[in-house]
Design a protein around this ligand. Sequence first.
Ligand code: SF4
Length: 353
Amino acid sequence: MKCDFEGLYERISQGGIEPEDALFLANNPPYLWCIADELRAEEKGDIVSFVVNRNINFTNICVGDCKFCAFRAGKGQGYMLSMDAILERVEEAVNNDATEICIQSGLHPDLELSDYCGIVESIKSHFDVHIHAFSPMEIYHVAMNSKLTEEEVLKELKRVGLGSIPGTAAEILDDSIRSVICPRKINTAKWSEIIMTAHRLGIPSTATIMYGHIESLGDRIRHIFKIREIQQETGGFTEFVPLKFMRKNNELGKMVDRSASFRDSAIVHALARVILHPYCTNIQASWVKLGLEEVQKMLFFGVNDLGGTLMEENISRLSGSQAGEYMSPDDLGRLIKDAGRAPRRRSTLYELL
Ligand code: SF4
């Protein structure tokens, strides 16, 4: 065992990591990276997966005021896609072999459950595709607008064909930080409650963290332990996705004097692997946030998945992402092979295709 620093590897591989172990490892990155890479190799071998998908952001009109957002419409710049425009985008994606449509949007003040169900139903009646849509914040917003509980909203969306939900809007699960960076967003308890309700209803979700702004290392570690706790109870997370904060064109960017470094990113991804082991074994890196060079390197820091091909990416691009809006399956495959790993397409729920 090359990574067994004083029995630490043994303990972590049996799922017995404690917050102080994580802190020790984060302060001693070579140990952390060695353990994360070994766990990744044991759990996933050489396989690096990705999904062929498309993002659709059907409106940028939003009542929110997140300080990190460059997507919300300014005055006179709002758009709302028609159902025909949404279906055209889905058709283009399906013709390009997409198996997943990912839908996230602004919190439009006038939309209710029937509008959201209409989108899902309409797509499902035309195409055989997995719909991965609506963050816990959007579910909360729909529930409020429709005077329903989140459980009722989730049940109805599932009935009309929703397959899974993105675990975005998590940002950092710490209310003192949330009150600064996204004061109108749901708090930690509500985010967890909606996610756990979804899992209980048989709607899986991803889990995310947004790192590299005003949060501390301790906040990152507590966040990942919170995800671990939920996963131990529900088993409903398909993967964990660290998302680097993008600084351009948003208020929070002005409050932060530097972007997360490569080292920061390597530590966060590796921490996710060791803290979530063995409960959540898919750790994803985002090529949109990190760029192609860094995302490829993350494969050596505990990562086994590169997310989706996307086809259309607006949210990060507006905050300064340079990585582009689309990676073809061939391009992603090449990037993985060049790192000495084996690319495999997967479904949203991680069946290898
Ligand atoms: S992040 Fe989402 S909820 Fe927050 S302001 Fe932007 S569009 Fe609205």
